[in-house]
Design a protein around this ligand. Structure first.
Ligand SMILES: [Zn+2]
Length: 160
């Protein structure tokens, strides 16, 4: 049994996504696959990227309330596991997309909002919600994202 442990750890931590030469930890592969599918559906062609690493952050690597970070110098996305473990699938998707937005799409932050009547407002003004996955707080809270996913994805993939 003990001999199996290193192999299992290797398999669970070193899976490779469809992109050439990527090193994506297995937790993040479903979201990278969604990114590729959404890129095809929204733009009509894939967003190429190769050599990208996505992994959980090392202890002490991300401080404060940072849940994820695109590190341009090493082309690595580091994700804070303590936040990740508390997130639902939509929050995880918007976090990974946010960091892919920086690293792969070259996007910067935008605090643009759109009005939603009667909406719960985590950070925006009255009846507003962030209209971009690239808002500075990373996460798009439900039900905004699900209700407006088509618009979010258009904004996300089609903004130069
Ligand atoms: Zn950001």
């Amino acid at each position: 049994m003990k001999k199996l442990i290193p192999l299992l750890l290797l398999l669970s931590s070193c899976n490779t996504s469809p992109g050439l030469g990527n090193n994506i930890q297995s937790d993040f592969i479903p979201y990278v696959n969604q990114f590729e599918a959404d890129s095809m559906a929204t733009k009509g062609y894939p967003t190429p990227f190769a050599g990208l690493t996505i992994r959980f952050a090392y202890p002490g690597e991300l401080t404060g309330e940072i849940d994820g970070q695109c590190q341009y110098s090493s082309w690595t996305i580091a994700i804070q596991s303590s936040y990740w473990s508390q997130m639902d699938a939509i929050q995880r998707k918007t976090l990974i997309y946010h960091e892919l937005g920086h690293c792969v799409l070259g996007r910067v932050h935008t605090s643009a909002t759109f009005p939603i009547q009667g909406a719960y407002t985590p950070t925006g003004g009255p009846n507003t919600a962030y209209s971009s996955i690239m808002n500075p707080y990373s996460l798009v809270y439900e039900p905004y994202f699900t209700q407006n996913e088509t618009n979010y994805l258009k904004e996300y993939f089609q903004t130069p």
